[in-house]
Design a protein around this ligand. Structure first.
Ligand code: KG4
Ligand code: ZN
Length: 384
């Protein structure tokens, strides 16, 4: 184990994967600490220009937060401080590189929990200053947005659906640093709604996977839950009314048997998937209209909720109906990781967009800075 001095790393919480092809050109160390994963990775390009992940180390803090049913910012920041040096070292060892081999250091500087962001940003800046390397302050959401270029070599433009614990957004990715937000949630993020549903039904944190498992044995039609914003022209999302409707249904059916819980999970998941699919259908129609001549139109998904099979199936059906290819990066690169931060750093480095060492961290940092915040937007702001 690269860093088990503090008891944080366990075989199940520490995941790594290594590329086999050697890198040519720039080599970027990426550091991610915006929420509850301490992560470091090295990314470069092979001789043909394809991105290569030379190391990707992720230490999850799920165990530290489990007892609290959610991420506790102070616990997260302390755990990052204790782990980050070892995780950076592990990423370099796995990549078989030293600091002297690097071209630049990238770290997430927002959005996210400020304590965690400070730990990662200061670590990245310290490494850059000590080694005389350029620093790149990366937007975590840009990391998610560019992941399909890292994994599938997508060309700009493409449509991105980001569905995570902190965000539900439809974003047009036009180019590096050039994003147009087409839709966002007006209240809860979809992952947050899954997590709250799980908590209400007394399923363990994180809720999404547990709701999905229970839903497999349930009847999605038993509880008639609302499909928020279905049919509306705007491309935004809303999940808090669905969550309330689920709570009322659960209260009415109490005391809950295992079958009741399964039926509630299945009904919630079906409503969430249908609401999401409706928004995505409209977004895809707009995308096709905006870029009628695009040779390979793509809908890319990112964020932990994209792991949900019912949601994945609904998205596949919508993409197929619109004549668009669905690109879903492997799950370990859809959820929070540092390879995506190193890759966003690589694109920025190649474009000459390095940052000063006094770059501040930002708890809020929308991808599209021109988009107006909606009512309740960013209320939680803990996860991105
Ligand atoms: O992208 P992610 O790992 O972290 C950030 O939020 O940035 O996403 C985590 C979210 C959590 O809310 C989790 O419950 C949800 O993704 N999630 C799922 C599933 N797996 C993870 N939601 C529904 N179904 C799943 N299988
Ligand atoms: Zn994220």
């Amino acid at each position: 184990m690269p860093d088990d001095r503090h008891g944080h790393a366990t075989p199940s919480s520490l995941s790594r994967d290594t590329a086999t092809s050697p890198a040519a050109g720039a080599l970027i160390l990426g550091i991610e600490t915006s929420c509850d994963e301490t992560a470091a990775a090295v990314v470069g390009r092979d001789a043909s220009g394809r991105p290569v992940i030379l190391s990707n180390v992720v230490l999850s803090q799920i165990a530290e937060h489990a007892a609290f049913g959610g991420v506790v910012p102070e616990i997260a920041a302390r755990a990052h401080v204790e782990a980050v040096d070892g995780i950076v070292r592990a990423a370099l060892i796995e990549a078989k590189l030293g600091f002297a081999d690097l071209s630049a250091v990238a770290a997430t500087v927002g959005p996210g929990l400020v304590g965690g962001l400070l730990v990662g940003a200061m670590t990245g800046k310290a490494c850059a200053a000590a080694c005389g390397l350029p620093f790149l302050g990366v937007n975590h959401l840009e990391g998610h947005a560019l992941t399909p270029r890292l994994t599938d070599g997508l060309a700009y433009p493409y449509l991105l659906l980001l569905v995570s614990g902190g965000h539900s957004q439809i974003v047009l990715v036009r180019g590096l640093g050039d994003y147009e937000r087409w839709g966002t949630t007006i209240d809860d993020a979809l992952g947050e709604a899954f997590d709250k549903t799980a908590k209400l039904l007394q399923l363990p944190h994180p809720g999404g996977p547990n709701v999905e498992t229970r839903a497999a044995a349930g009847d999605p039609k038993r509880f008639p839950l609302p499909r928020p914003l279905k049919g509306e022209a705007r491309l935004d999302f809303s999940f808090s009314g669905l969550k309330t409707a689920l709570r009322l249904a659960a209260e009415a059916a109490a005391p809950l048997s295992a079958q009741d819980v399964a039926d509630l999970c299945a009904s919630f998941q079906a409503a969430a998937a249908e609401s999401l699919a409706d928004r995505v259908r409209r977004a895809l129609a707009r995308f096709r209209e905006t870029f009628p001549g695009l040779a390979d139109p793509v809908l890319a998904v990112a964020g932990g909720v994209a792991a949900n099979k019912a949601i994945r199936a609904a998205l596949e059906a919508e993409a197929e109906g619109a004549g668009v290819r669905l690109v879903a990066p492997p799950l370990k690169l859809c959820t929070d990781n540092a390879a995506m931060i190193a890759y966003a750093g690589l694109e920025r480095f190649e474009a000459g967009r390095t940052d000063a060492l006094d770059t501040p961290v930002r708890s809020r940092w929308p991808l599209d800075e021109t988009a107006q915040p909606l009512v309740g937007f960013g209320r939680r702001g803990a996860k991105a």
